[in-house]
Design a protein around this ligand. Sequence first.
Ligand SMILES: NC(=O)c1ccc[n+]([C@@H]2O[C@H](COP(=O)([O-])OP(=O)(O)OC[C@H]3O[C@@H](n4cnc5c(N)ncnc54)[C@H](OP(=O)(O)O)[C@@H]3O)[C@@H](O)[C@H]2O)c1
Length: 302
Amino acid sequence: MSTQDSDPKKSAKVLVTGAAGMLGSQVLLSMPDGESAVGTDLKEAPGVVAVGVDLADEAAVAQLFAKHGPFNGVIHCAAYTAVDLAEEETVLAQRVNADACGVLARACAAAQIPLAMVSTDFVFDGKSERPYLESDPTGPLSVYGSTKLAGEEQALAAHPTGTRIVRTQWLYGPRGKHFPRTIEALARERDELKIVSDQIGSPTSTLELSPALWDVLRKGEPGIYHAACEESCSWYEFACAIVVLCGIESVKLMPCSTEEFPRPAVRPAYSVLDCTKLRELRGKPLAPWREALSTYLGSEDH
Ligand SMILES: NC(=O)c1ccc[n+]([C@@H]2O[C@H](COP(=O)([O-])OP(=O)(O)OC[C@H]3O[C@@H](n4cnc5c(N)ncnc54)[C@H](OP(=O)(O)O)[C@@H]3O)[C@@H](O)[C@H]2O)c1
């Protein structure tokens, strides 16, 4: 990663957690001119300078700040993201998704630096009939959603003047396992695929979201932001667009209901996010999901 100073120990930089993950890796790559950044994660990856730091461990985080700081901001992307497994691994999910947010927020408060942390549409119950506002009541349906909401609350309580929560949804991008990658592979193998058509959201590319996270960190007031690509669809419509854009004609896609495809964690049926606040901050929305998907699938590293 670039630095502003020839001696990295002297130049303040942003700490990106989860920097080996789907979103965190793209956040590092999307670093704006004039910024420096380093990453931490459980595993090695480009830009990751601290491997295996337990972010829920106060002493470990203090050591991370002392050894790799000074930091002038934190973008927190690390999380326990196995939504179905979280229903069983409740203690670990709580530790990573909730307690680590409190620990990081306390470290940021002590250092008097801003924290932008990523949250999820799964904090909502999915019963709304219009896009969710940041101020709408929450009502998570799963352990993942509850622990992410607890993380929001811990961070806002520990660092109210510095915490920005960015809720997003249906992510995909150049790195990691995600819906477009899975659908493309299955569509090349199979003649027929059933896809859930009664859950509605907004597919969001990490290529679109990552620059927005930097803007929220630097230009946003503390508080909650919703950040997703414009317009919405069902998983079935998303899959149809993927197959068409990949030029796969050999597969037949069939809509099905959530009931036909039961999963351990309950998902919100409707979780479209109203992103007006972010649009006003940045003077532009994230791209419409079809346009962002086309850009991603047309890129060399998809
Ligand atoms: N993916 C989505 O559709 C989606 C939707 C809404 C919100 N989000 C949020 O977006 C953020 C980024 O998600 P993502 O999809 O990029 O997830 P991801 O690819 O799973 O990245 C998360 C990273 O955090 C790491 N991590 C897990 N536990 C950790 C710990 N205790 N300490 C340090 N690092 C740890 C993971 O390592 P391991 O892989 O080794 O566990 C992984 O590299 C998360 O806050 C997630 O809740 C994601």
